[in-house]
Design a protein around this ligand. Structure first.
Ligand SMILES: *Cc1c(COP(=O)(O)O)cnc(C)c1O
Length: 369
């Protein structure tokens, strides 16, 4: 095997592509002297709302705050009360669950479908109680959940649908983007996401005017007019410099996602190893491959073998939320589908800057295992 190395995600190379434009953004900011809640943010919010097909985008400090603020806004609007329940997949990144707890609401964990690892719509209905107020589907690894079924259930039981779109920027479901498929959506622009800032950043998209107005105030000390405070808000704003960088990167997002799709297609067609189960893509445009996650019962050996051959991999995630110390009260619970997924998954390198040689190396190395 050749000694070409393959990093999991080469962020330096991803951002290097925009070096000159980033420097222009910085120079403009230094010349102007305006750093928070300015034109860069307003422009990015317009662009990202249009991209997603939502009426509003509200920039915030990170993806966790995006989810927390949506729930806080629903409390301000009288839609939710402390102690109400929000249904969330048990195998999500812990941020989705923490957002619910932090807002004084109760996360209700639901098992995913074993093949896609996406929340199981049939399992949702069994968990609906008189206290349920919302469903939070997570478009995990970049693939959109069964939104028609979820929206039908929500309608039937008068629930809000809050998309956790932190891994699914640009994913399409029946011609509509993630971020326009529920009542509101939270996005993260953490550097490693498909659309990543050069630091922390996040956003909410929604077409609900009242919710958007409340969110704009909540992220800025509950203030819609300077020094007048309607709500006990927080400080969670998206910096001008990050908004400027994000506008530049947004223009390449569809092309970057297409490159990820091409790599994923090649992996799906060419990886052949009895010990490896490949991920399931329901339909091509519905997936933006934030992670290409394979499964194997010999994960530790497989990961070590790849590392010895210069291929870096990551486990998304080693321990599910209900087995974390932070949720001691759930540690005794049994969620077998979730636990099996967490024990077997491994994410392979996938990114818009991977070369064909690197993709080939990953495939031949895996096939030789
Ligand atoms: C990254 C992520 C978040 C949180 O985003 P941050 O910007 O890191 O706060 C939330 N949910 C999911 C599914 C994520 O992957």
């Amino acid at each position: 095997m050749n000694n070409l190395s393959v990093s999991f995600l080469d962020l330096q190379a991803i951002n290097k592509r925009h070096e000159q434009e980033f420097q222009q953004v910085l120079q403009q900011m230094l010349d102007k002297g305006w750093y928070i809640l300015g034109d860069n943010l307003t422009n990015f919010e317009k662009e990202f709302a249009a991209f997603c097909g939502a009426r509003h985008c509200i920039g915030v400090a990170n993806g966790l705050d995006a989810l927390i603020l949506i729930l806080e806004a629903y409390k301000e609007l009288g839609v939710m009360q402390p102690g109400d329940e929000v249904i969330v997949p048990a195998n999500t990144y812990i941020a989705s669950v923490i957002a619910i707890s932090r807002s004084g609401l109760v996360p209700v964990l639901v098992e995913p479908q074993p093949d896609t690892a996406l929340i199981d719509p049939l399992a949702i209905e069994q968990m609906i109680t008189p206290r349920t107020r919302a469903i939070m589907p997570v478009h995990l690894y970049g693939q959109v959940c069964e939104m028609n079924t979820i929206n039908d259930l929500a309608k039937k039981h008068s629930l809000k649908v809050i998309e956790d779109s932190a891994q699914a920027h640009g994913a399409l479901y029946q011609g509509k983007r993630a971020g326009s498929l529920g009542d509101a959506a939270g996005f993260s622009f953490y550097p490693g996401k498909n659309l990543g800032a050069l630091g922390d950043a996040g956003a909410i998209t929604t077409s609900d005017d009242a919710l958007a107005t409340t969110l704009k105030a909540l992220r800025n000390y509950g203030s819609h007019i300077k020094y007048q405070h309607l709500h006990k808000g927080i400080n969670s704003r998206l910096d001008e410099i990050q908004a400027g960088f994000l506008s530049i990167k947004l223009r390449l997002l569809d092309a970057d996602n297409n490159r990820r799709r091409n790599i994923a297609t090649q992996y799906l067609q060419e990886i052949r190893n009895e010990k490896i189960t490949l991920p399931v893509a329901i339909d091509p445009l519905r997936h933006v491959w934030h992670c290409f996650t394979v499964r194997t019962q010999e994960r530790e050996a497989f990961q070590q073998y790849l590392a010895a051959n210069g291929i870096q991999t990551v486990i998304h995630y080693p321990l599910p939320p209900h087995q974390q110390q932070a949720y001691k009260e759930w540690n005794e619970r049994s969620l077998p589908v979730t636990e099996k997924i967490h024990a077997e998954i491994l994410s392979l390198p996938i990114s818009p800057v991977m070369t064909d040689e690197q993709v080939d190396k990953v495939i031949t190395t895996i096939n030789a295992w």
